[in-house]
Design a protein around this ligand. Structure first.
Ligand code: GDP
Length: 308
């Protein structure tokens, strides 16, 4: 079964690791968010693509769910002496990825080519695509003005009130090569349990991607990142509320409603099924908390069963 997966970072990576155990690598294309990419110390950092690749390669930091395991931060300490920003935690071994990416981009390669090179270098067998080769930057309007997503998320620890979210550059971005094709050729599109506003939202904001989702004959299935009225982790709930959405699987389904067929929600949210049906979305309930590798595989298996 050919699958295209829309993916953010940490939530997506856990599900993808489960799916990777059950799906032939050649059948899985991952379309990753680049809305929270940033330039730091002259380097191009793609946090979500890297989280997905590090996780599938089995080298992610198991506790944090991002960055590399067995990491050190000597370069970060040293940069402090030069007054360089040190709020973004770039590890020493992680730096190799960003140096490689930035070097290839400077030689004129596209982010698609560079991402393929990073994935191959790490031994990731699945196809990992950025959503676009043009820059799209997610911005968040806080009390003192617009911040880039990572300034909000990492520097401010997502602790400021948010009034609006924007995807700068999205209007003139194009889907990266292979993205629309993967959606149109898939039997299933899986929207990973990712932040609907800042992980999946930027992907959908690239003109042509939402249209392909509407045109595709694939079954579109999303996993709710909201369980029991709050996000499993991170600011998804607060950001959804700021965008006027209910903080529940219903709010998630509203974002994806034009093309979504099925939503997988946690069993404790089973009471939402009728409201979801009214949106034209069928509900599958199961334990969606991926707190162990076994539970990642179990959720992936439940999803594949529902798709069959
Ligand atoms: P980020 O870029 O690291 O924020 O990555 P994502 O957007 O992919 O993942 C964050 C989202 O995943 C948050 O909204 C969490 O609520 C959700 N999430 C994380 N772990 C789980 C889980 O085990 N189950 C479910 N259902 N959602 C999860």
């Amino acid at each position: 079964m050919k699958i295209a997966a829309l993916a953010g970072g940490t939530g997506a990576a856990k599900l993808l690791r489960g799916l990777a155990r059950l799906v032939d690598p050649g059948d899985l294309t991952i379309i990753g968010n680049t809305g929270d990419d940033l330039d730091l110390w002259g380097l191009h950092v793609s946090p979500d693509l890297d989280t997905v690749c590090y996780t599938l390669a089995g080298i992610v930091d198991a506790i944090k769910g991002w960055g590399l395991g067995d990491e050190s931060f000597h370069a970060l300490d040293a940069m402090q002496r030069f007054g360089e920003p040190t709020w973004f935690n770039l590890g020493d071994r992680d730096l190799a990825t960003h140096l490689h990416r930035t070097g290839l981009l400077r030689q004129g390669r596209t982010l698609t080519q560079v991402t393929a090179s990073v994935a191959a270098g790490l031994g990731v067998a699945q196809r990992v695509l950025p959503m676009s080769n043009q820059p799209v930057r997610t911005g968040v309007l806080g009390p003192d003005g617009w911040l880039d997503f990572q300034e909000y998320f990492v520097r401010e620890k997502a602790q400021i009130a948010v009034r609006a979210v924007r995807y700068e550059g999205a209007e003139s971005a194009r889907p990266a090569p292979g993205v629309v094709e993967a959606i149109l050729e898939a039997r299933a599109v899986i929207v990973c349990p990712s932040n609907p506003i800042t992980s999946v939202g930027p992907i959908l904001a690239v003109p042509g991607i939402a249209r392909a989702l509407g045109e595709s004959r694939a079954t579109a299935l999303a996993i709710s990142p909201i369980v029991g009225g709050e996000a499993v982790s991170g600011p998804a709930g607060r950001l959804m509320a700021a965008c006027g959405l209910p903080v529940s699987a219903v709010g998630v389904a509203q974002v994806y409603a034009p093309w979504l067929d099925t939503i997988v929600l946690d069993q404790r949210d089973a009471g939402l099924a009728a409201e979801l049906a009214a949106l034209g979305v069928s509900a599958v309930t199961t334990d969606t908390l991926m707190t162990s590798p076994e539970k990642e595989i179990a959720l992936a298996r439940r999803i594949l069963d529902a798709l069959r």
